[in-house]
Ligand binder design. Structure first.
Ligand code: MCN
Ligand code: CUN
Length: 785
C-alpha cells in the first residue's frame, strides 16, 4: 500500500490524522470560554404523562445555580415549541405533557456540571401518568390515547399517508401472476450511537448582539438559518461553529432541545453556557432510526422473473415528527424499493404514526430510508428464492438491471445514472468462491454437521447526493452547495466548503479534488469547513451528499480558477488563450510544451507581475454554487458467510465479501474505511442492536451494556472488491459511498443466517438475530423485538 502524497486522487493517509492520533482534535466539550456556565436537563421518567406542576424553588436556592428554565419560561419567550424538519412542532421543554421517556422538562444552569446535575434532583414535577402507545400497530386503534392533543383538533395518532408507484398496474400484474409471495417484516428501531454525544456551547454577546454556538452539527448553515427563523435573531448575527465531530451517522442533523436551552441559558445569564449530554441521554432522546413495519409482496413467473412488487408500511415516528429529509418525501427515498431489478411496476403505501417514543426517524447511515427499502427487497428476493427452490444468486442474476438499460427510470420515477450490476455481482461471487461455498454447505448438511452454515447475498442500489433544486428542499432551502477557492500568491490554496466532516476525512479528500484539478499537492490545499462565518452556504453532510454535491462544487470552482489562470498565462506567455493547453499543473503553448507556466508561477503573476488584459481581474480565486442535475446511484454486491450454533443460537460471521461501485474513487483508502465501518454497522443491526421498550414505554437499552456496538471480535477480516462505473453527470465521475455498506449489509447478514436455518423450514425472522432470537426461531417461538 502506498501512502505517499499523490498529486490528486489516490491512497493517502488522512491529513486529519496528525491531530486525531495525537489527541489534538477539538470537540465541543474541549472548548472552554472564560466565565462559562454549565447546563443539565431534567428528563421525564414517564413515556406519557400530564404535567400538573413544576416547582423549581429548591433547585434555584442551591448555591451555584444561576438559572432554572422550564417550559413555562420558554413559553413566555415564544420558544417552548420549535419547528421540526418535517413541518411538525416539537417541545423544547414540556409544558402540557411529556410524550416519551427521557423528554426534556427543565434546564438548570450552574457554575459547574455537578451542581447542575445535583439541582435536577431538587426540581419537583407532579405528573399524572397516562396510558401510552409503544407498539405502532396499536397507534391507530380506536381506544389508543391521543399523543398529540397539542395539535388543533387532533383526535388520533395518524401523521401521514403517502404512496408512490402505479397501484392499478401493480394490482393487475399481481392478479394474473404465476407466483405471489408475501412477507411481514420489521426493520427495528436502532440508534446511530456516535461515540461523541450531542452538546452545545452558546455564547450570546449582549453588546454586539452576536450569538456564537459551538455544536457538533452535520449542517451548520441550515442550523443557523433555522435559529434565525425560530428565534427571530438576525442571521448575520449568528455564528455556528461545528468543530471536530466524533461521529454523526445522521444523529447530528437535527436541532435538539438542549441546543436551544443552551442558547436561552446564555441569553438569560449573560454568560457562555455549555451543555453536554451523557450516553443514556443520547440513546434515549436523540434521533433514532428505522422502526418500519413492512409487508412486502412480489409477483413473479414460475421460472423466477420478478414482475411487480408492492409494499405497505407502518412507520413509527415517535412523539414528534422530526424526520430529517427533503420536504416532499415523508418516507424519505423509500420508494426506490424496487431495488436493482428490472421490475415492470411497483407500488408502495406508507402510513406514519405517532408513538410514545423519541422522535427522529432518519439517521444511522440511512440514505433517507433506502436502508429500509434495500432490506425489504433483498429479503423478499430471498423469500421468493426459498419458495421457488431457486438459488438466491441465480434469482438475482436473472433479474438484475443490465448495463444497456442505463440511464434507467425506476417504476417510481427515479433515474439511475449508471451501472453494470451483473459484472459487480459476478465479481463478488468469484471472490467468494460461491460454487465452492455451496458445495461445502451441501456436504456439511449431508453429513449432519451440527454447526449450520449459511450463505447470504444482497445487491443494493442507493440514491445519494440530495439533490436537484427543482425536486428537493428542506423547509424551503434548496439543496445546492457553495464552494470558494483562493490560490495564494505562492501557489498554496484554501478551499472553503459548506459540508461538514464527522470522520469522513473531508480535509483530505476535498484537498485531493483541488489537487487533481489544479495539479498541486493535497498538502498545499487547506480545507476550511464547519464555521458559518468562514464558509459559503450549503446544506451540510448527510445522505452521502458531500462528494456528489460539495465535491462537485469543489471540482467546478477549481476549474473556474484554472480558466482564470489560463488568461493570466496567456498574458505571461504572450500567446492567445486558445493556443494554450493544460497538462496537470501547467498551462503551456500547444506544440511547444517547454514554453509554459506552472500554476504557482501563474498565481504570483496574477498578483501584478504581468500586465493583465482588459477585463481580467487578477488574483486566482473563484466561487461556485453547484445544483446537482441528478442524484448519484452507487451500488454493490455483498456476500456473507455465517456459521450458526443451533444449541446456543450464536452466529459467527465467518467471511464477508463486499464489492462496491461508487464511481471514481478520490481516495480508495478512505472509501475502504467507510465501507469497513458500514459493514460493521450491518453486523450490529442484523445481530445485536435494538432500541427496546417495555409496555409502559420504559427504555430498555439506554446504555452500551444493553445497546451493543459491534467490535473487531464480531467482525471478520473484510474482503473488498471494486468496480468503477463513473457517474455521467458528476464532474469527476464520483458517487457517494458513506452509507453504502450500512444500507447493503444487514440484508446479507440476515439472509445468511436464514440460509443456515433453512433445514428447519424457517423462511423469515426479524432482526436483531441475537442468540436468543435465533434459538427462539429454531424452537418455533416468536422473535423478540
Ligand atoms: N469518497 C471518495 N470517493 C468517492 C466517494 C467518497 O474518496 N467516490 C470519500 C469522500 O471524499 C469522503 C468519504 O469518502 O471523504 C465519504 O464521502 P460521501 O460518500 O460523499 O459521504 P459524506 O462525506 O457526505 O458523509 C456522509 C455519510 C453519512 S450520511 C453517514 S450517516 C456517515 C458516513 O458518511 N457518517 C459517518 N460515514 C461516516 N464515517 C464516519 N467516520 N463518521 C460518521 O459519522
Ligand atoms: Cu441518514 S444518516 Mo447520514 O444521512 O447523516
Amino acid at each position: 500500500m502506498t501512502t505517499s502524497t499523490p498529486m490528486g486522487f489516490g491512497r493517502m493517509h488522512r491529513k486529519e490524522d496528525a491531530r486525531f492520533i495525537r489527541g489534538r482534535g477539538q470537540y465541543v466539550d474541549d472548548v472552554q470560554l472564560p466565565g462559562m456556565l454549565h447546563g443539565a436537563i431534567l428528563r421525564s421518567p414517564h413515556a406519557h404523562a400530564r404535567i400538573l406542576s413544576v416547582d423549581t424553588s429548591a433547585a434555584e436556592a442551591l448555591p451555584g445555580v444561576k438559572a432554572v428554565i422550564t417550559g413555562e419560561t420558554l413559553a413566555g419567550l415564544g420558544l417552548a415549541w420549535m419547528p421540526t424538519l418535517s413541518k411538525d412542532v416539537q417541545a423544547v421543554l414540556a409544558t402540557d405533557k411529556v410524550r416519551f421517556q427521557g423528554q426534556e422538562v427543565a434546564f438548570v444552569v450552574a457554575e459547574d456540571r455537578y451542581i447542575a446535575r445535583d439541582a435536577l434532583e431538587l426540581i419537583e414535577v407532579d405528573y399524572e401518568p397516562l396510558p401510552s402507545v409503544i407498539d405502532a400497530r396499536t397507534a391507530l386503534a380506536e381506544a389508543a390515547p391521543v399523543i398529540r392533543d397539542d395539535l388543533d383538533g387532533k383526535k388520533d395518532n395518524h401523521i401521514f399517508d403517502w404512496e408512490a408507484g402505479d397501484r392499478a398496474h401493480t394490482e393487475a400484474i399481481f392478479e394474473r401472476a404465476e407466483v405471489r409471495v408475501s412477507q411481514d417484516m420489521l426493520y427495528p428501531r436502532v440508534h446511530p450511537a456516535p461515540l461523541e454525544t450531542c452538546g452545545a456551547l452558546a455564547d450570546f454577546d449582549k453588546v454586539t448582539g452576536k450569538l456564537t454556538v459551538w455544536c457538533p452539527t452535520q449542517a451548520p448553515h441550515a442550523h443557523r438559518t433555522l435559529y434565525a427563523m425560530v428565534a427571530g435573531l438576525p442571521e448575520h448575527k449568528i455564528r455556528v461553529i461545528s468543530p471536530d465531530i466524533g461521529g454523526g451517522f445522521g444523529g447530528k442533523v437535527g436541532i435538539y432541545p438542549g441546543y436551544v436551552c443552551a442558547i436561552v441559558g446564555s441569553i438569560v445569564t449573560g454568560k457562555p453556557v455549555k451543555w453536554m449530554e451523557d450516553r443514556s441521554e443520547n440513546l434515549m432522546s436523540t434521533a433514532f432510526a428505522r422502526d418500519y413495519h413492512m409487508t412486502g409482496e412480489i409477483a413473479a413467473t414460475q421460472d423466477g422473473r420478478v414482475q411487480a412488487i408492492r409494499v405497505k408500511v407502518l412507520a413509527d415516528h415517535g412523539a414528534f415528527n422530526g424526520t430529517a429529509q427533503p420536504t416532499k418525501f415523508p418516507a424519505g427515498f423509500f420508494h426506490v424499493f424496487s431495488g436493482s431489478y428490472d421490475i415492470e411496476t411497483a407500488h408502495c403505501e406508507v402510513t406514519g404514526v405517532y408513538s410514545n417514543k423519541a422522535p427522529g426517524g432518519v439517521a444511522y447511515a440511512c440514505s433517507f430510508r433506502i436502508t429500509e427499502a434495500v432490506y425489504l427487497v433483498e429479503r423478499l428476493m430471498d423469500v421468493l428464492a426459498y419458495e421457488l427452490g431457486m438459488d438466491p444468486a441465480e434469482l438475482r442474476m436473472k433479474n438484475l438491471l443490465r448495463a444497456d438499460q442505463f440511464p434507467y427510470t425506476s417504476p417510481t420515477g427515479w433515474e439511475y445514472d449508471s451501472g453494470d450490476y451483473p459484472r459487480t455481482l459476478a465479481l463478488a461471487m468469484e471472490m467468494a468462491g460461491y460454487d465452492k461455498l455451496r458445495a461445502e454447505q451441501a456436504e456439511r448438511r449431508a453429513n449432519g454437521d451440527r454447526r449450520l452454515m449459511g450463505i447470504g447475498l444482497s445487491f443494493f442500489t442507493e440514491a445519494v447526493g440530495a439533490g436537484p433544486r427543482k425536486h428537493m428542499d428542506i423547509l424551503g432551502l434548496g439543496m445546492a452547495d457553495g464552494a470558494e477557492l483562493r490560490v495564494h500568491p505562492t501557489g498554496k490554496a484554501v478551499l472553503r466548503v459548506s459540508c461538514q466532516s464527522q470522520g469522513q476525512g473531508h480535509e483530505t479528500t476535498f484537498a485531493q479534488i483541488v489537487a487533481e484539478e489544479l495539479g498541486i499537492s493535497p498538502d498545499d490545499v487547506d480545507v476550511v469547513h464547519g464555521d458559518t462565518d468562514q464558509t459559503p452556504f450549503g446544506l451540510g453532510t448527510y445522505g452521502s451528499r458531500s462528494t456528489p454535491v460539495s465535491g462537485a462544487a469543489a471540482a467546478m470552482v477549481t476549474r473556474k480558477v484554472r480558466d482564470r489562470a489560463k488568461l493570466v498565462a496567456s498574458a505571461m506567455l504572450e500567446v492567445a488563450p486558445d493556443d494554450l493547453e493544460w497538462t496537470k499543473g501547467r498551462w503551456s503553448v500547444k506544440g511547444d510544451p517547454k514554453h509554459g507556466a506552472t500554476i504557482q508561477e501563474i498565481a504570483l503573476a496574477s498578483h501584478g507581475a504581468v500586465e493583465l488584459p482588459e477585463g481580467v481581474e487578477g488574483h486566482l480565486d473563484a466561487t461556485c454554487v453547484y445544483n446537482p442535475p441528478n442524484l448519484t446511484y452507487p451500488f454493490g454486491a455483498y456476500i456473507c458467510v455465517v456459521d450458526v450454533d443451533p444449541d446456543t443460537g450464536q452466529v459467527d460471521v465467518r467471511r464477508f465479501i463486499a464489492v462496491d461501485d461508487c464511481g471514481v474513487r478520490i481516495n480508495p483508502m478512505i472509501v475502504e474505511g467507510q465501507i469497513h465501518g458500514g459493514l460493521a454497522d450491518g453486523i450490529g443491526m442484523a445481530l445485536m442492536q435494538l432500541m427496546a421498550f417495555d409496555e409502559d414505554g420504559n427504555h430498555l437499552g439506554a446504555s452500551f451494556m444493553d445497546y451493543l456496538l459491534p467490535t473487531a471480535v464480531e467482525c471478520p477480516s473484510w474482503e473488498l472488491g471494486e468496480t468503477v462505473t463513473p457517474s455521467p453527470h458528476h464532474p469527476i465521475g464520483a458517487k457517494g459511498v458513506g452509507e453504502s455498506a450500512t444500507v447493503g449489509s444487514p440484508a446479507a447478514v440476515v439472509n445468511a443466517v436464514l440460509d443456515a436455518l433453512k433445514p428447519y423450514g424457517i423462511r423469515h425472522a426479524d432482526m436483531p438475530l441475537t442468540p436468543s432470537n435465533v434459538w427462539r426461531a429454531i424452537q418455533g417461538r416468536p422473535i423478540r423485538t
